[in-house]
Structure formats: C-alpha cells, structure tokens
Design a protein around this ligand. Structure first.
Ligand SMILES: [Zn+2]
Length: 229
C-alpha cells in the first residue's frame, strides 16, 4: 500500500490491512479480491493482473489503483476495492476518465454473500479530516507553479500598492479593494490570494472554484494549462 491511502488513526472507516504473499493490502476485502484474481488467472479467465498500478493524472496528481486486470482480449481494467467512496477518489476518478478515456471499476465485497460485486450505492458526501488533507494536497499540487497574478489579472484589475506588498484588486466576494495576491519567489509554495476584509483566501485552484464557480476538475485542468503557457 502506498500513496495517500494510509488509514489515519482517527479514520471512521478504517480498514484492517492484511499481508498476503508478501504484499500489503489496505483491507481484507482487497486481499480477498487479490485471491479471487489469482484463481481467475490460474484458471485462464484473465490473462494477467497488476497489483497497485500507479497512474499520473492532470497536474502530476497520482492515483494508485488496487489492481489492473489484463483481460484475455488485451483490454485493461483498473479496479478499486472500496468500502466508502471519498470526495478525493471521486475527483481522481473523473480525472482518470479524462486522461485515460476509460472508467475505474469499483468493487465492493458483499458481507452477506462473501462474494464480490460492483459498487453502485449512493456516493457518500461527507469527508473525513484525512480526506480534507488529501484534497488540500491535490489542490496545492495543481496550483503549484501557476502565475496567480496573471491568472487573477484576467478576471480582476490588479494594481501595485506600495513597494513591498503584492498586487491588490477588488474582491469579488465582499466588493472591497482588499484582495491581495502574492506570488512567492520560491517555487516550493504556491502563490495565494487573501482578502483583508472578508478573509477569503486560497490558491489558484481555489480562486477558480470559489470566485469563478468552476467545478474542481475543470479548475485543476485550467491550472495545468496555465503552467504550460
Ligand atoms: Zn473580500
């Protein structure tokens, strides 16, 4: 197991990791699905399978699937064994569809039948603290390296106020001329904006979602384009 999927100590939906054949799986369900794939492989039902395949999505965001199944006709199917679909996963799933032109199959273990079937129950909206952190990491990664003054300058007229302070413009939330934009010299932190009146603040992705009502995946895509231009 790797990436951002490590269960936190406070996680409500914490699953017990298991180790099978020297590989650590995030949950018993994942381990059981692995054993099912092994049987399918031995029986010639599938050509092969890969454990925890790593995919790079927009803006270098990483998605680690649970398995890639290589079917006998050569088709690849990426599978995620899930107890609960998190907000971050939903975003990554949408990015995955855009980047790879196929969907991720979600598998859920049926407790009553001990079998495995496709997960289709209503997605859970509420996010756990750990997922909020992961969402923040996704936003930071996407915003990193974007020239925020240039981006915001397309929507709001920015002027230099004072020598040392950043550019300032009219805040679209409160209407005051107190929206400061800071482009740090170092590339270790993303540029950010902050309103001295209403405390609205954030990074490039947040500006697009909060001020321009852009869906998150679109905002991430635009940030990626900004970095290239
Ligand atoms: Zn404001």
């Amino acid at each position: 197991m790797s990436g951002g999927r490590a269960p936190s100590k406070t996680h409500k939906y914490r699953a017990k990791p298991v180790t099978i054949d020297g590989t650590r799986f995030a949950s018993r369900a994942e381990g059981r699905y692995y054993q099912q794939l092994k049987i399918m492989h031995k029986g010639g039902l599938i050509k092969d399978f890969i454990i925890q395949p790593v995919y790079t999505l927009h803006a270098g965001i990483k998605y680690i699937g649970d398995f890639d199944i290589i079917h006998n006709n050569g088709d690849i199917e990426t599978v995620d064994v899930k107890g609960v679909e998190t907000g971050v996963f939903r975003i990554k799933r949408r990015l995955f569809r855009q980047d790879y032109g196929r969907d991720i199959t979600i598998i859920k273990v049926n407790k009553n039948h001990e079998g495995v079937f496709t997960f289709d129950k209503k997605e859970r909206e509420d996010m756990e603290p750990q997922q909020v952190d992961e969402m923040q990491a996704v936003k930071t990664k996407a915003s990193m390296g974007v020239d925020l003054q240039q981006l915001i300058g397309r929507y709001i007229r920015l002027v230099q106020r004072g020598k040392s302070s950043g550019m300032v413009g009219k805040c679209l939330k409160c209407g005051n001329d107190t929206l400061y934009v800071f482009n740090p010299r170092t590339h270790k932190t993303p540029a950010y904006y902050s309103c001295a009146s209403c405390q609205a603040n954030g990074m490039a992705v947040d500006f697009l979602t909060d001020f321009q009502s852009m869906p998150l995946e679109e905002a991430i895509a635009q940030c990626t384009r900004e970095k290239r231009s």
